[in-house]
Design a protein around this ligand. Sequence first.
Ligand SMILES: C[S@@+](CC[C@H](N)C(=O)[O-])C[C@H]1O[C@@H](n2cnc3c(N)ncnc32)[C@H](O)[C@@H]1O
Length: 342
Amino acid sequence: MSKDAFFISGLGHMAFQLAWAGFESGLFSLLYHNGWTEKNKIKDELELPENSLTIILMGLVSLSLLQREERDGGIFYGLSTDMKDIFDSFPIEKWYAIARLHYFVIYDALCCGFESFKAGKNLGLSRIPGEGVTLYEKFQNNETLRNLFYGFMQAISDMANKELAASGVWDEVNVLLDVGGGNGANAIAIAKHHPHIKVIIYDLPATCEKAKEVIEKEGLADRVSVFSGDFFKDEFPSGVDGILFAHIMTIWSQEKNLFLLKKAFDSLTPGGRAFVFNMVSKDDETGPLMCTLSNVYFLAIASGEGMIYKKGEYLKWFEESGFSALESLDFPFYHALLSGKK
Ligand SMILES: C[S@@+](CC[C@H](N)C(=O)[O-])C[C@H]1O[C@@H](n2cnc3c(N)ncnc32)[C@H](O)[C@@H]1O
């Protein structure tokens, strides 16, 4: 372990504010598009007070997000090689959308992390206005929060859904039910790639309205529809030969995930397949860091019960729900697609 890991943990909230400043000020974007840039030029472009800019630049260099060089009588800054790779592999605007939910919602709500751990409940949710016991219920009646959330969620889904959509697994599916399909990020990617497939997005009412707008905009209303319901209380539509849970099972307890998979088994036509698509933790429970840190969000804010589970846990639930011919495929950014046949 580097001793800095301890300081980053203790002062992580400062680190986040510096990273947020990198996005919000336009600094990351400037350095990504312009390459190495002289400090005075950065100051002119960003219009920040000198002292603030110095603090941001020093902080981001010490976090290894930026590099600094003195040459030709000036001080130059550039993105570190790893940051450039990160922005090359996934667009900066998407990372910015992820950071936006963190800045405006998650950061404040994480005030009572330990209390949430102790109680095993999402006590941080009380910091977010509105009614409901999960983040998803709360944003049904809060458009600003809903838009921030789906900006974030679209970006998380886009990390791997191009590859998900291109996968051959959809060749076998004619009618896909996208349970908790949100604004349609995955349904639309899959429908665009596979002209034979029809997709039904199943979600809470306000989210279905949002999904409808996206479907119309994409011109997919003939093949992508919405079905409004609560997946714990209401039936799934019948006649589907594929059921997808994308970024759903990380929210809920093992018992509820088992309930959802059994419900999927009962609803599928014979020979149909259920799919779980989300990030997975390493089998030895040592990472990846992006996943182990995200666990805190699920427990302390989103629902108070989920986490990023391991592949083996999903496969066990598939088996217990009656599925056979289990399959597991790996996707970018620690995502996996796990599936089983009825
Ligand atoms: C993490 S988002 C995933 C969205 C989408 N599947 C994706 O991967 O981009 C979880 C989704 O589940 C929906 N959801 C949460 N609880 C639900 C419930 N009880 N019934 C139906 N949908 C629900 C939320 O509204 C939200 O759209």
